[in-house]
Every structure is written in structure tokens, then in C-alpha cells.
Design a binder for this molecule. Structure first.
Ligand SMILES: Nc1nc2c(c(=O)[nH]1)N[C@H]1C(S)=C(S)[C@@H](COP(=O)(O)O)O[C@H]1N2
Ligand SMILES: [Mo]
Length: 328
């Protein structure tokens, strides 16, 4: 497999070890993806037609439901074109490797993602440590999501992944469980940024249990029909598309159900800037910049930021009665 990096040329022999090749093949098999290039090859394919919104005149009152099989789609459900594989894998926030977005790709090239296990425990009936291969047995879906960073840039990305609720239903949260805590691998020998004492490593994040059970919340295992690239959080990362990107934690090794709201890395560092909820909200500015608009990578002018990143129809009801300014 060739990998094109922006700044350095790495011979493919240095990147594609046998184990990576095997995991890629297993991934494609498990995910039922027989043509890894289907995403790339598709040109001009339309969104699947949506019952109830297709006929008649005027604008539909409901945005189309998120399709589960987005393979071949060239846009998101709002018509925004996908970002390219090159953009998605060369402009990354991943502080374990670097705070320089373009340095993450080369610095993560040799990150070891096999074998990989995720410990799922805490307040659950059936705690279990899952090998990556076990997690690929959950129904893998193709979802095109917008990713909106708190820094006010965004991308449109075609992911493969499974609904977190499938996993949580299997381990069975106890009635006392109210939150889900996620933790990234701690391995400073592989992740040089974890030697930086300014940050309370390992990276961790959290969701309320009902947010974690929402169908849009997925664990991504792939991108553009390939196993998840290292700079995007291989071998698996969370995606919560209506929240700022930092909630979508990468390289997860632990998922714990808790009664108390968990400590999370960015909220611990700067609670006034990075709230626990961090729902995308154009009306609540970051203390140091506006959140009303954003720069889509690949576009020249800014575009308005959408409430809940455009997923309000599906997620606004999670926050009924809550003051979204106080609970930022
Ligand atoms: N473990 C870990 N997860 C992380 C980050 C990180 O630094 N470490 N950065 C977050 C931020 S700020 C964003 S915007 C997204 C970026 O995802 P991408 O690089 O795949 O676009 O990952 C999030 N997940
Ligand atoms: Mo971000």
C-alpha cells in the first residue's frame, strides 16, 4: 500500500508490515467491504431516496435520516462534498503525537495497532475485554459525518463504524450507570507527546449515557473504506458528530460506565473553555473566538456553523429543558 505524505516520502516497505496487511484484510472482510475503493470510485451517485421527503414542492421539514450505507456517497446528507483522503489524514489534531497538525501523519506512521484490546467495565453486568476483531463483528455501517473542531475548522468524512449502543447493550449498563468514560492508550514510547508534562495524560473523554446510546454515536473503525488511518485514531475512535471534535477521542483502550461525571482531559485543563457537553453551538462563543462560523478545509470562505453541527433533528431532544449556555 502506498502512502503519500505531504512532507516526507516514506517507502511503502517501511509502512506496510505483514501485520498491518493482515489487519487490513481482516478489516475488509469483517466490515463486509469487498471493494476498498468503492468510496473513491463512486462518481455522481445520488443519495438514497428518502421516503416522505422526495415528492411535492418546497423544502422538506425534516432533514433526510442519516443513511447507514453511505458507501458510494460523494456528499453528506446536506449536499456538502467529502473532504479528500489526503486532507483527512494530513491535517489532524492528535496531541499524543504532535500539536502540529501536519506532523501527526509522519510521526504516527509506525504506531502499533495490532494486537489491540478495549477493556469495557465499570457499572455493567457483563464486563469484557474485547479484541479489535471482536469489535469488528458488530454491524459495521458507513456514515458520512461532519467533524467540527472547537478551533472553528471542519471537514466532511466518510467513516466506517458501529453504533456504540450495540456494544453497551451487550455489556448491559447497571441502572446506577449515568456516564461513559473513554480513555486513550498511554504509551509515551510510541506517543512522544505523552511525555509532555503540561497535559494530564492519558487523553480521556466522557458522555452522558443517553448521549452514548444515541444512534449517531459510533466507534469508527475505518475511513474511505479502509481501516482507520493512524493519524485519525487507529485502530478505533469515538465519533459524536454533534459535539466539538475533541470529544471524539482516538485510540481507545478503555470504556468505563460510571455514576459520577468523569474527568476529561480538556475540561480539566481549561473548564471555562472546554465544557463537558461541548455541543456545537454557533450562539455560544469560545472565550477567545467566535463559534458562529467555520472554515471547511478545502474552501476559501467561511460558512455558518449549524446548531448541533446540523444534527439538531436527531439530538436536540437529549437537551430538552437544559440551558445550553450554562451547560456549554
Ligand atoms: N486521543 C486523542 N483524541 C483526539 C485528539 C487528541 O489530541 N488525542 N484530538 C481531538 C480533536 S481536538 C479533534 S478536532 C479530532 C480530530 O480528528 P481528526 O484528526 O481525525 O480530524 O480528534 C479528537 N480526538
Ligand atoms: Mo478539535
Amino acid at each position: 500500500m502506498e502512502r503519500k505524505l505531504k512532507h516526507v516520502t516514506v517507502p511503502s516497505s517501511e509502512i506496510t508490515s505483514q501485520s498491518v496487511y493482515l489487519s487490513r484484510r481482516d478489516f475488509l472482510k469483517a466490515a463486509g467491504i469487498f471493494s476498498a475503493t468503492a468510496f473513491l470510485a463512486a462518481c455522481g451517485l445520488k443519495l438514497p431516496s428518502t421516503p416522505g421527503t422526495g415528492s411535492g414542492s418546497g423544502t422538506p421539514t425534516q432533514s433526510p435520516p442519516m443513511p447507514d450505507n453511505a458507501q458510494g456517497q460523494t456528499t453528506d446528507e446536506l449536499g456538502n462534498p467529502l473532504n479528500t483522503f489526503d486532507e483527512i489524514t494530513n491535517y489532524n489534531n492528535y496531541y499524543e503525537f504532535s500539536t502540529d497538525k501536519q506532523a501527526v501523519n509522519p510521526l504516527s506512521a509506525n504506531f502499533k495497532t495490532t494486537p489491540w484490546a478495549v477493556e469495557v467495565g465499570g457499572l455493567v453486568q457483563n464486563p469484557k475485554t474485547y479484541a479489535l476483531e471482536d469489535l469488528l463483528k458488530f454491524e459495521q455501517k458507513e456514515r458520512v459525518y461532519r467533524l467540527r473542531c472547537v478551533e472553528a475548522w471542519s471537514m466532511v468524512i466518510p467513516w466506517t463504524g458501529f453504533e456504540l449502543s450495540d456494544l453497551l447493550n451487550e455489556v448491559q449498563p447497571m441502572t446506577s450507570a449515568k456516564y461513559v468514560h473513554f480513555v486513550t492508550l498511554m504509551d509515551p514510547t510510541q506517543m512522544p507527546g505523552e511525555g509532555d508534562l503540561l497535559y494530564p495524560w492519558p487523553y480521556s473523554e466522557g458522555l452522558r449515557l443517553d448521549e452514548a446510546m444515541q444512534r449517531l454515536t459510533i466507534i469508527a473503525t475505518g475511513l474511505y473504506g479502509q481501516p482507520l488511518p493512524n493519524p485519525d485514531g487507529a485502530p478505533l475512535r469515538l465519533l459524536v458528530p454533534w459535539k466539538y471534535g475533541f470529544k471524539s477521542i482516538k485510540a481507545i483502550v478503555k470504556i468505563e460506565l460510571t455514576e459520577e461525571r468523569p474527568q476529561t482531559m480538556w475540561n480539566t485543563i481549561a473548564p471555562n473553555e472546554y465544557g463537558f457537553y461541548s455541543n456545537v453551538n454557533p450562539e455560544v462563543d469560545h472565550p477567545r473566538w467566535s463559534q458562529a462560523s467555520e472554515r471547511r478545509i478545502g474552501e476559501l470562505s467561511r460558512r455558518p456553523t449549524l446548531m448541533f453541527n446540523g444534527y439538531a433533528d436527531e439530538v436536540a431532544s437529549l437537551y430538552t429543558g437544559m440551558d445550553l449556555r450554562a451547560n456549554y
